[in-house]
Design a protein around this ligand. Structure first.
Ligand SMILES: O=C(O)CCC(=O)C(=O)O
Ligand SMILES: [Fe+2]
Length: 392
């Protein structure tokens, strides 16, 4: 198969910046940090889990037991984005630059440093805080094949990866993408938390609910035409023979004429566009232009969380020059499953290129789903595929 990676020009919007902002109340935010500190302090990891406390069943049990004790405002503030932007920013997590230590040079070192007693403990405490927040929002999970199955990923620029289409890149535009678009069990919601962003590098967010597409273009993009392949962070040892064409767009069934119900699955850097007919490529290019037109570009500040509805908005990052001196931009990322947001039944037949999720948390109690979604599920027999997850 041809290489589908391409460098892309920088985005030149921003023309829309009305992403919803929410404030985590001070007492609730402090309760999250205090509980995370307490769990980090009292947990004793078995030797086998010493290098990865977040894989320790005892520590995870503490997180899931005590997440429910947090003030109700935490769960309320971490509710999924509900506006057409498909994303929101949550402010208010207390965080000081000195507590996190230098930015690690890559995710492997981030993991090592977080358990090194001679180093700042802030990163581990923040990992626990991330899981408390994510568990309040839904079901946090990781990928066995990505960052060694860690539930909280570190996103830092890494030397040698500058031009990749991955979180570790820097010099190149990270193209707008659905997170883990190649997989049927991809997150419903993504949480990106900012620890450090000294040069105010923007994360891009574009909602399908703000684009304008002609009906013929929509119809072409609704037709399953091309596969989406696993991204470079999963390595290259996957079975391409299993590649199945997937639709780029679809509406919640029964709502075909409602532009407010469009959802998308989009990752141009890992889609073999050269294999498609000119009509499809033209429609796809128009979608790319539209996503660029409606792009918002929040530059996250330390302590801010960006919640992204992974079915409604695509995200990426503008290029920046890495410093590699311990002061670089540093985000934490958590994948979250929302039981009240089941996907199309057709996706349950995809094999996800053999990638397995790591889902150690018990299913979250569903939130009150929006009435429209409840009706859609009943009408269309969409499956909540949580049943197929191996809770480890
Ligand atoms: O660096 C960013 O702002 C986003 C990176 C990204 O796409 C990700 O972590 O999934
Ligand atoms: Fe991403």
């Amino acid at each position: 198969m041809k290489s589908v990676l391409s460098e892309r020009k920088a985005l030149h919007p921003p023309n829309i910046d009305d992403i919803e902002h929410r404030e985590l109340p001070g007492t609730a935010a402090q309760a999250v940090r205090d509980l995370a500190a307490e769990i980090a302090r009292t947990s004793t990891h078995s030797a086998v889990n010493a290098s990865e406390p977040l894989a320790d069943p005892a520590l995870l049990a503490q997180i899931s037991t005590h997440a429910g004790d947090l003030p109700a405002a935490v769960r309320a503030t971490l509710r999924p984005p509900a506006t057409a932007a498909g994303a929101c920013i949550v402010r208010g997590l207390p965080l000081s630059d000195s507590e996190i230590g230098p930015t690690p040079p890559d995710w492997q070192t981030a993991a090592l440093w977080s358990t090194d007693p001679g180093r700042a403990r802030g990163s581990l405490e923040l990992d626990i805080a991330m899981l408390l927040l994510a568990a309040a929002a839904g079901e946090p999970f990781g990928w066995a094949g990505q960052q060694d199955g860690r539930l909280v990923n570190n996103i830092v620029p890494a030397a040698g990866h500058e031009f990749e289409q991955s979180g570790a890149s820097s010099t190149v535009l990270l193209s707008p993408h659905t997170e883990d678009a190649f997989h049927p069990q991809r997150a419903n919601m993504l949480m990106l938390a900012c620890l450090r962003n000294p040069e105010s590098v923007g994360t891009t967010v574009s909602s399908i609910r703000r684009v304008r597409l002609t009906r013929p273009h929509q119809d072409i993009l609704r037709t399953p035409t091309l596969p989406i392949l696993p991204d470079v962070s999963y390595g290259s040892a996957f079975e391409r023979a299993e590649a199945v064409p997937v639709p780029t767009l679809w509406s919640e069934p029964g709502h075909e004429d409602d532009p407010g119900s469009l959802t998308l699955r989009f990752d141009p850097a890992y889609t073999p566009l050269d294999d498609a007919c000119p009509e499809f490529r033209e429609a796809y290019a128009q979608l790319e232009r539209e996503l660029e037109r409606v792009c918002a570009m929040p530059a996250l500040r330390p302590g801010e969380l960006l919640l992204i509805d992974n079915d409604v908005a695509v995200h990426g990052r503008v290029p920046f020059t890495p410093r590699y001196d311990g002061t670089d931009r540093w985000l934490k990322r958590v994948n979250i499953r929302l039981p009240e947001h089941p996907r199309r039944a057709a996706e349950s037949r995809e094999n996800g290129y053999g990638q397995q999720i790591v889902a150690p948390f018990p299913p979250a109690p569903p939130r009150q789903a929006a009435p429209a979604r409840e009706v859609r599920n009943e009408r269309n027999g969409a499956v909540d595929d949580r049943g197929s997850i191996g809770h480890t």
